[in-house]
Design a protein around this ligand. Structure first.
Ligand code: FE2
Ligand code: FE2
Length: 309
Protein backbone atom coordinates (compact mmCIF):
# COMPACT_ATOMS: atom_id res chain seq x y z
CA UNK A 1 0.00 0.00 0.00
CA UNK A 2 1.40 3.38 -1.04
CA UNK A 3 0.81 5.09 2.22
CA UNK A 4 2.65 2.63 4.36
CA UNK A 5 6.02 3.97 5.32
CA UNK A 6 8.18 2.81 8.13
CA UNK A 7 9.27 5.52 10.50
CA UNK A 8 12.95 6.11 10.11
CA UNK A 9 14.41 4.26 13.07
CA UNK A 10 16.79 7.12 13.77
CA UNK A 11 13.73 9.23 14.58
CA UNK A 12 12.41 6.76 17.07
CA UNK A 13 14.02 7.77 20.29
CA UNK A 14 12.72 4.76 22.17
CA UNK A 15 14.77 2.11 20.51
CA UNK A 16 15.17 -0.49 23.23
CA UNK A 17 11.91 -2.09 22.06
CA UNK A 18 12.90 -1.90 18.41
CA UNK A 19 10.29 0.81 18.00
CA UNK A 20 8.41 0.13 14.81
CA UNK A 21 5.48 1.89 13.27
CA UNK A 22 3.76 1.89 9.91
CA UNK A 23 2.29 5.35 10.44
CA UNK A 24 2.96 7.30 7.23
CA UNK A 25 5.85 9.70 7.76
CA UNK A 26 3.87 12.66 6.47
CA UNK A 27 0.77 11.81 8.50
CA UNK A 28 -0.57 14.63 10.61
CA UNK A 29 -3.22 14.83 13.30
CA UNK A 30 -5.28 17.99 13.40
CA UNK A 31 -6.82 19.30 16.61
CA UNK A 32 -10.34 20.37 15.59
CA UNK A 33 -12.88 22.04 17.80
CA UNK A 34 -16.27 20.34 17.61
CA UNK A 35 -18.83 22.92 16.56
CA UNK A 36 -21.95 20.84 16.77
CA UNK A 37 -24.97 22.21 18.48
CA UNK A 38 -27.80 19.85 19.12
CA UNK A 39 -31.07 21.13 20.16
CA UNK A 40 -33.64 18.39 20.43
CA UNK A 41 -36.09 19.94 18.04
CA UNK A 42 -33.81 20.17 15.02
CA UNK A 43 -32.78 16.50 15.05
CA UNK A 44 -35.41 14.03 13.87
CA UNK A 45 -36.18 11.48 16.56
CA UNK A 46 -35.20 8.66 14.19
CA UNK A 47 -32.41 10.52 12.49
CA UNK A 48 -31.23 7.45 10.55
CA UNK A 49 -34.59 7.23 8.81
CA UNK A 50 -35.48 4.08 10.70
CA UNK A 51 -35.77 2.98 14.30
CA UNK A 52 -33.22 0.26 14.95
CA UNK A 53 -30.19 1.87 13.28
CA UNK A 54 -30.93 5.16 15.03
CA UNK A 55 -31.21 3.63 18.43
CA UNK A 56 -28.17 1.42 17.93
CA UNK A 57 -26.04 4.49 17.29
CA UNK A 58 -27.75 6.32 20.17
CA UNK A 59 -27.09 3.44 22.56
CA UNK A 60 -23.49 3.12 21.39
CA UNK A 61 -22.77 6.78 21.84
CA UNK A 62 -23.83 6.71 25.50
CA UNK A 63 -20.54 4.95 26.25
CA UNK A 64 -18.39 7.34 24.22
CA UNK A 65 -17.77 10.23 26.62
CA UNK A 66 -16.59 8.14 29.56
CA UNK A 67 -14.97 5.57 27.29
CA UNK A 68 -12.99 8.32 25.61
CA UNK A 69 -12.00 9.83 28.92
CA UNK A 70 -10.70 6.40 29.88
CA UNK A 71 -8.64 6.25 26.66
CA UNK A 72 -7.15 9.65 27.44
CA UNK A 73 -6.33 8.53 30.97
CA UNK A 74 -4.72 5.29 29.72
CA UNK A 75 -2.50 7.09 27.20
CA UNK A 76 -1.68 9.88 29.65
CA UNK A 77 -0.29 7.30 32.08
CA UNK A 78 2.56 6.86 29.61
CA UNK A 79 2.71 10.34 28.07
CA UNK A 80 5.74 11.41 30.11
CA UNK A 81 7.70 8.42 28.87
CA UNK A 82 7.17 9.24 25.22
CA UNK A 83 10.43 10.69 23.96
CA UNK A 84 9.96 10.44 20.21
CA UNK A 85 8.92 13.97 19.16
CA UNK A 86 6.52 12.79 16.44
CA UNK A 87 4.69 10.44 18.76
CA UNK A 88 4.69 13.08 21.50
CA UNK A 89 2.89 15.50 19.22
CA UNK A 90 0.45 12.80 18.15
CA UNK A 91 -0.34 11.98 21.78
CA UNK A 92 -1.17 15.63 22.41
CA UNK A 93 -3.58 15.76 19.47
CA UNK A 94 -5.05 12.35 20.29
CA UNK A 95 -5.99 13.67 23.74
CA UNK A 96 -7.48 16.81 22.21
CA UNK A 97 -9.53 14.88 19.67
CA UNK A 98 -10.90 12.36 22.18
CA UNK A 99 -11.80 15.16 24.59
CA UNK A 100 -13.75 16.90 21.80
CA UNK A 101 -15.57 13.68 20.95
CA UNK A 102 -16.48 13.22 24.59
CA UNK A 103 -17.90 16.74 24.87
CA UNK A 104 -19.88 16.54 21.64
CA UNK A 105 -21.40 13.18 22.53
CA UNK A 106 -22.27 14.39 26.04
CA UNK A 107 -24.09 17.22 24.35
CA UNK A 108 -25.98 14.82 22.12
CA UNK A 109 -26.98 12.73 25.15
CA UNK A 110 -28.93 15.79 26.30
CA UNK A 111 -30.96 15.54 23.10
CA UNK A 112 -31.86 11.96 23.99
CA UNK A 113 -32.96 13.07 27.45
CA UNK A 114 -35.19 15.70 25.84
CA UNK A 115 -36.75 12.91 23.78
CA UNK A 116 -37.86 11.28 27.02
CA UNK A 117 -35.23 8.56 27.13
CA UNK A 118 -34.04 8.04 30.69
CA UNK A 119 -30.39 7.55 29.87
CA UNK A 120 -28.80 9.36 32.81
CA UNK A 121 -28.73 6.23 35.00
CA UNK A 122 -26.98 4.23 32.28
CA UNK A 123 -24.43 6.98 31.73
CA UNK A 124 -23.77 7.09 35.48
CA UNK A 125 -23.33 3.32 35.54
CA UNK A 126 -20.87 3.46 32.63
CA UNK A 127 -18.95 6.27 34.35
CA UNK A 128 -18.64 4.27 37.58
CA UNK A 129 -17.42 1.23 35.66
CA UNK A 130 -14.81 3.27 33.79
CA UNK A 131 -13.56 4.96 36.95
CA UNK A 132 -13.26 1.62 38.69
CA UNK A 133 -11.33 0.25 35.73
CA UNK A 134 -9.01 3.27 35.75
CA UNK A 135 -8.46 2.82 39.46
CA UNK A 136 -7.93 -0.93 39.65
CA UNK A 137 -6.65 -2.27 36.34
CA UNK A 138 -2.88 -2.28 35.67
CA UNK A 139 -1.79 0.62 33.49
CA UNK A 140 -0.60 -1.67 30.75
CA UNK A 141 -3.96 -3.43 30.62
CA UNK A 142 -5.80 -0.10 30.52
CA UNK A 143 -3.69 0.85 27.53
CA UNK A 144 -4.21 -2.56 25.87
CA UNK A 145 -7.97 -2.06 26.24
CA UNK A 146 -7.62 1.39 24.71
CA UNK A 147 -5.65 -0.08 21.81
CA UNK A 148 -8.39 -2.69 21.29
CA UNK A 149 -11.17 -0.08 21.50
CA UNK A 150 -9.31 2.21 19.12
CA UNK A 151 -9.07 -0.66 16.67
CA UNK A 152 -12.84 -1.14 16.89
CA UNK A 153 -13.59 2.56 16.41
CA UNK A 154 -11.14 2.86 13.51
CA UNK A 155 -12.59 -0.26 11.86
CA UNK A 156 -16.07 1.25 12.19
CA UNK A 157 -14.78 4.58 10.89
CA UNK A 158 -13.22 2.91 7.85
CA UNK A 159 -16.39 0.90 7.28
CA UNK A 160 -18.46 4.07 7.45
CA UNK A 161 -16.44 5.49 4.56
CA UNK A 162 -16.48 2.34 2.48
CA UNK A 163 -18.45 2.12 -0.74
CA UNK A 164 -20.25 -1.12 -0.05
CA UNK A 165 -22.47 -0.08 2.81
CA UNK A 166 -25.34 2.23 3.46
CA UNK A 167 -24.59 2.80 7.11
CA UNK A 168 -25.47 6.48 7.14
CA UNK A 169 -27.03 6.88 3.72
CA UNK A 170 -30.44 7.96 5.00
CA UNK A 171 -29.20 9.88 7.99
CA UNK A 172 -30.04 13.48 8.79
CA UNK A 173 -27.17 15.57 7.27
CA UNK A 174 -26.22 17.15 10.59
CA UNK A 175 -25.96 13.76 12.27
CA UNK A 176 -24.14 12.29 9.33
CA UNK A 177 -21.59 15.10 9.49
CA UNK A 178 -21.26 14.49 13.24
CA UNK A 179 -20.51 10.79 12.87
CA UNK A 180 -18.32 11.34 9.84
CA UNK A 181 -16.17 13.81 11.81
CA UNK A 182 -15.80 11.31 14.63
CA UNK A 183 -15.08 8.45 12.22
CA UNK A 184 -12.46 10.46 10.30
CA UNK A 185 -10.65 11.40 13.51
CA UNK A 186 -10.76 7.80 14.72
CA UNK A 187 -8.97 6.86 11.50
CA UNK A 188 -6.61 9.79 11.77
CA UNK A 189 -5.43 8.83 15.26
CA UNK A 190 -5.87 5.06 14.90
CA UNK A 191 -2.25 4.17 15.65
CA UNK A 192 -1.43 6.58 18.47
CA UNK A 193 -2.42 4.37 21.41
CA UNK A 194 -0.99 1.36 19.59
CA UNK A 195 2.40 3.01 19.09
CA UNK A 196 2.52 4.13 22.72
CA UNK A 197 1.57 0.61 23.79
CA UNK A 198 4.19 -1.05 21.65
CA UNK A 199 7.01 1.44 21.69
CA UNK A 200 6.72 2.99 25.13
CA UNK A 201 4.75 0.69 27.43
CA UNK A 202 6.40 -2.48 26.17
CA UNK A 203 2.99 -3.98 25.57
CA UNK A 204 2.86 -7.38 23.92
CA UNK A 205 0.63 -9.52 21.76
CA UNK A 206 -1.03 -11.57 24.50
CA UNK A 207 -2.33 -8.66 26.57
CA UNK A 208 -3.78 -6.74 23.62
CA UNK A 209 -5.36 -9.94 22.26
CA UNK A 210 -6.98 -10.65 25.60
CA UNK A 211 -8.22 -7.07 25.81
CA UNK A 212 -10.01 -7.32 22.46
CA UNK A 213 -11.43 -10.77 23.26
CA UNK A 214 -13.00 -9.37 26.44
CA UNK A 215 -14.10 -6.10 24.92
CA UNK A 216 -15.66 -7.23 21.63
CA UNK A 217 -18.63 -9.16 23.10
CA UNK A 218 -19.02 -6.39 25.69
CA UNK A 219 -19.35 -3.92 22.84
CA UNK A 220 -22.07 -5.94 21.10
CA UNK A 221 -24.37 -7.47 23.74
CA UNK A 222 -25.00 -4.49 26.05
CA UNK A 223 -25.40 -2.47 22.88
CA UNK A 224 -28.22 -4.74 21.74
CA UNK A 225 -29.84 -4.48 25.18
CA UNK A 226 -29.54 -0.68 25.18
CA UNK A 227 -30.96 -0.44 21.68
CA UNK A 228 -33.95 -2.56 22.62
CA UNK A 229 -34.56 -0.59 25.82
CA UNK A 230 -34.66 2.65 23.83
CA UNK A 231 -36.99 1.11 21.25
CA UNK A 232 -39.26 0.04 24.07
CA UNK A 233 -39.51 3.64 25.32
CA UNK A 234 -40.23 4.72 21.74
CA UNK A 235 -43.05 2.19 21.59
CA UNK A 236 -41.31 0.63 18.59
CA UNK A 237 -40.08 -2.66 20.02
CA UNK A 238 -41.61 -5.26 17.74
CA UNK A 239 -40.54 -8.53 16.15
CA UNK A 240 -40.56 -6.80 12.77
CA UNK A 241 -38.20 -4.01 13.90
CA UNK A 242 -35.94 -6.44 15.75
CA UNK A 243 -35.69 -8.68 12.73
CA UNK A 244 -34.66 -5.70 10.66
CA UNK A 245 -32.14 -4.82 13.33
CA UNK A 246 -30.58 -8.25 13.52
CA UNK A 247 -30.16 -8.21 9.74
CA UNK A 248 -28.61 -4.74 9.97
CA UNK A 249 -26.15 -6.00 12.58
CA UNK A 250 -25.34 -9.55 11.55
CA UNK A 251 -26.85 -10.06 8.07
CA UNK A 252 -24.77 -10.28 4.89
CA UNK A 253 -24.38 -6.50 4.74
CA UNK A 254 -24.54 -6.18 8.53
CA UNK A 255 -22.17 -3.83 10.27
CA UNK A 256 -20.71 -6.45 12.64
CA UNK A 257 -20.42 -9.10 9.97
CA UNK A 258 -18.82 -6.78 7.43
CA UNK A 259 -16.33 -5.38 9.92
CA UNK A 260 -15.51 -8.78 11.44
CA UNK A 261 -12.50 -9.55 9.19
CA UNK A 262 -11.03 -6.09 9.82
CA UNK A 263 -11.56 -6.47 13.57
CA UNK A 264 -9.95 -9.93 13.53
CA UNK A 265 -6.84 -8.64 11.75
CA UNK A 266 -5.83 -7.46 15.21
CA UNK A 267 -4.90 -11.08 15.98
CA UNK A 268 -2.15 -11.05 13.43
CA UNK A 269 1.04 -10.81 15.54
CA UNK A 270 2.49 -8.26 13.10
CA UNK A 271 -0.71 -6.16 13.07
CA UNK A 272 -0.35 -2.40 12.86
CA UNK A 273 -3.35 -0.03 12.44
CA UNK A 274 -1.87 1.58 9.33
CA UNK A 275 -1.79 -1.71 7.43
CA UNK A 276 -5.20 -0.71 6.07
CA UNK A 277 -3.90 2.71 4.98
CA UNK A 278 -6.33 5.57 4.34
CA UNK A 279 -9.95 4.87 3.45
CA UNK A 280 -11.46 6.52 0.38
CA UNK A 281 -12.77 9.98 1.11
CA UNK A 282 -10.39 10.61 4.00
CA UNK A 283 -8.12 13.13 2.25
CA UNK A 284 -11.09 14.80 0.56
CA UNK A 285 -12.77 15.28 3.94
CA UNK A 286 -9.64 16.87 5.39
CA UNK A 287 -9.12 19.12 2.38
CA UNK A 288 -12.72 20.33 2.35
CA UNK A 289 -12.64 20.89 6.11
CA UNK A 290 -9.60 23.14 5.73
CA UNK A 291 -10.88 24.98 2.68
CA UNK A 292 -14.24 25.76 4.27
CA UNK A 293 -12.79 26.81 7.60
CA UNK A 294 -14.17 23.87 9.47
CA UNK A 295 -17.54 23.27 7.83
CA UNK A 296 -18.25 19.69 8.89
CA UNK A 297 -21.19 19.26 6.51
CA UNK A 298 -19.18 20.46 3.50
CA UNK A 299 -16.40 18.06 4.51
CA UNK A 300 -18.92 15.24 4.81
CA UNK A 301 -20.31 15.90 1.31
CA UNK A 302 -16.78 16.04 -0.13
CA UNK A 303 -15.94 12.65 1.40
CA UNK A 304 -19.24 11.19 0.24
CA UNK A 305 -18.77 12.24 -3.37
CA UNK A 306 -15.18 10.91 -3.32
CA UNK A 307 -16.42 7.58 -2.03
CA UNK A 308 -19.28 7.22 -4.50
CA UNK A 309 -17.44 8.77 -7.45
FE1 FE2 B 1 -13.29 9.19 19.73
FE1 FE2 C 1 -10.20 7.19 19.29
Amino acid sequence: MNNRVEIDQTNVAVSHLEGYSLTPLDHTLVPRVAKFEFDGSSIPRFWQGEVFATRMFDAMQLAFPDGERMFIHAVRNYADKVTDPVLKEQVKHFIFQEAQHGMAHTDFTETLTKQGLKVKGVVKFIKKGMLLFQDKAPHKYQLASTVAAEHLTASLGEFMLSTENNLLSNADPKMKAFYMWHGIEEVEHKAVAFDVYQQVAGGGYFTRSLALALMYPMAIFPLMAGTMAMMHVDGELSIKELRKGVIAMFGKQGIWRKTFPAVMSFYNPSFHPWQTGYPKGFHEWKKAYEETNGDMEAAMYAAESAVSG
